[in-house]
Structure formats: C-alpha cells, structure tokens
Design a protein around this ligand. Structure first.
Ligand code: 6GU
Length: 236
C-alpha cells in the first residue's frame, strides 16, 4: 500500500486504508484467536466471538459490505471489482489457518475467492481485491492508461504492446504499428485481442459482445490458424 499506484491513490485522497489486528479483539491472556475444531480432526478454526467483535468494532453503525476472503467464496472478477468500487467503504476480513467458524457467515455480507487454488491466508487475496478495486476509482489511473479500455473491460484480453527498439535480436515490431495508419492499427489491435482471447480464454469469447466486424476478423484468425496447423507452422 506504500508503493506505486496504491500509494498515489492514497496521496490523492481516493482512499484511506486501515489495518486492524484481529488479536486486539481476543479476550484471553494469550490473545488467542483460534481453537480446535468441534468433531476433531486437524487444524485450527478462527473463533466466531473474536471475529464478530472485530467486525462490529471496525464497521460501527455503517452498513458497508463485510467481505470474507475464502477459497469457498464466489470468484473475484472484473465485474465484482466494478461492483465493489461503488461502495464508499469496504471491510475485508482475512480468513486464516484452516478456516473460520461457520457462524461468522451471519455477520458478513459476502465471501470472495480470488481463484481456484488455496492460499495459507487471506491477506494476499485481500491485497489483490484492494488493488483491482482501487484502480477503478476515478482519477487513480491517468486518462491515457484509464481502466475503461483494457483487458477484461470489454470482455476480451488486450492486444500486444511494443516500444523502442523497433528491432531486438531479430524480433521486429509489426510494421503496421509503425505505419502511422490509425485505422489499420486499430483493426490490427482488435484482431490481435480477438486472437489472443480465442487462444487463451475461449470461455471469455463465448460471453463477449462481438460485432459483425469482430466475427469476420475471428474467421480470418481461425482460417490462418488452421492453415498454419496444416503446414506445421506455429501460429501464435
Ligand atoms: Cl480469498 N483465501 C484463501 N485462503 N485462499 C484462496 C483465496 C482466498 N482465493 C483463492 N485461494
């Protein structure tokens, strides 16, 4: 939170970031926050009384979302980031250890997973969520690199980017990008975005809003890929 865009966002007053130590809401001498599971088995479970005391102290009378990070949550996506960016305040509760007492669900508004893998703790997941939400806030990204026109904003992956040098160890920047022909550049970029999405994320392509021109470009991509396959050439 003290580097780069997250730091800039705080400097410009787009957000204030607070961390709270859940141990401060424990009532035991050793500031215990977890205990062994009912029913036996391994691992430790975060205690509902401690978590609820923490939630209520942090949230106060506000009705803002309280989000538990958990591999069991709904999957975090661009659209979830947009939705969360609408709230003036968010409380993120980082799940830890083997899990949290199930009853904490009655005191949260949402649980979110950042993907299909398991982390040892929810802090990194919370940082991922914060980063993706904060960059959607007005003014955090410059006008040029704004969040509206990038990967996932329109349901497609982004086109490739290049900068100088024009040639590096035999790898050349595509001619069209150096042509100054803005229409041709826009068309090339759109086709590349479609081709990449087709290759890496066909699931996104099925959900994307495609124009007639997009469908035509995709047809060209599919034909070129089939030709390359037939000739034993690499296409992507
Ligand atoms: Cl939000 N928490 C943990 N512990 N693991 C995860 C996750 C969250 N999202 C994916 N894996």
């Amino acid at each position: 939170m003290q580097h780069s865009m997250m730091w800039k966002a705080q400097q410009m007053g787009a957000l204030t970031f607070y961390t709270h130590d859940i141990r401060a809401y424990s009532t035991t001498a050793y500031r215990q926050v977890d205990d062994t599971p009912y029913g036996g088995g391994g691992g430790m479970i975060m205690k509902v009384d401690v978590l609820v005391r923490a939630i209520e102290a942090v949230r106060g009378d506000d009705t803002c979302p309280v989000i538990l990070t958990s591999p069991q949550g709904r999957v975090f996506t661009h659209n979830v980031a947009l939705e969360l960016a609408q709230h003036p305040r968010l409380v993120l509760l980082c799940g830890h250890y083997e899990g949290v007492d199930e009853r904490v669900r009655h005191f949260i508004t949402d649980d979110i997973s950042i993907g299909d893998y398991v982390l040892t703790g929810g802090e990194l997941a919370a940082m991922v969520i914060i980063d993706a939400v904060v960059r959607q806030l007005d003014g955090v990204l410059g006008a040029e690199g704004g969040a509206a026109n990038e990967s996932h904003a329109d349901g497609l992956l982004e086109h490739p980017h290049y900068t100088r040098p024009a040639s590096f160890r035999g790898l050349d920047v595509p001619d069209v990008l150096q042509s100054g022909n803005h229409e041709a550049i826009a068309k090339w970029r759109r086709k590349q975005a479609l081709a990449r999405t087709w290759q890496h994320r066909p699931d996104l392509l099925r959900r994307a809003q495609l124009s007639e021109e997009d469908k035509y470009l995709l047809g060209e991509v599919a034909r070129a890929a089939a030709e390359a396959r037939r000739d034993g050439r690499q296409f992507f």
